[in-house]
Design a protein around this ligand. Sequence first.
Ligand code: SF4
Length: 271
Amino acid sequence: MRSYEKYFRLNRLPHMWCPGCGNGIIMKSIAKAAEQLGLDQDNTVIVSGIGCSSRASGYMDFDTLHTAHGRAIPFATGIKLANPKLKVIVITGDGDCTAIGGNHFIHGARRNIDLTVILFNNNIYGMTGGQASPLTPLGKMGTTAPYGSVDRPFDPCELAKAAGATYIARGTAYHAKPLVDLIAQGINNDGFSLIEAITQCPISYGRKNKLGDAAQMLRWMSENALNLAAYEKLADDQKGEKFPIGVLYKKAAPEYSTEYARVIKMAQEGK
Ligand code: SF4
């Protein structure tokens, strides 16, 4: 047994994801980050919402919670405030986090509460049948966009930065090894961390958009992901589908559960 396998409920495997799905790669990167940090399974909580990626919480051997659609961050916030010593990791997808959960995402970042949000971005609602999400690129097909999406997508990393997150990174399923470090750094950050993990959904997104099989979708990631310094050197008309990966932003700011504990103490002391 490999050492990171202790972080899986092996009796719950095999998983339910489609052949070629990237979710397993991202899930393994989380387990390897946990191994790298030596996370204690009894003091680490994984909270997920609804969707293909959110099924990962059931396969991982920590205290885990599979919650309502878009509501992983509020559940995680309650857990962190009830016991600030816990490491709390949120697993969510682009539909779950940025559509129905978008409000919670913004306010988690605004509070800078110490949660590590790992956003599996496959550009689509996979589990519910391929509807366009807020991260579906312009012109791409979904079952709710049969002529191509006309809704402009936003960048969740830029949104998190504007809202107040203190650690923001992006990786891909192709770059699985660096993704481990990006997740580990996010878990170590004392504040709201976002790691956007670009992942392939060859079934609900790739097939509909003629992007090829899983290997071709991974090749697209390898050809279009650039480190931040290289990306910033590109002129706007050279960017095309290219996108930056690595640590995109870091900042120190007061952490919410610490501030909250300070207020509780003031109230208890009658100040
Ligand atoms: Fe993965 Fe897409 Fe299948 Fe969901 S629908 S399990 S995201 S390949």
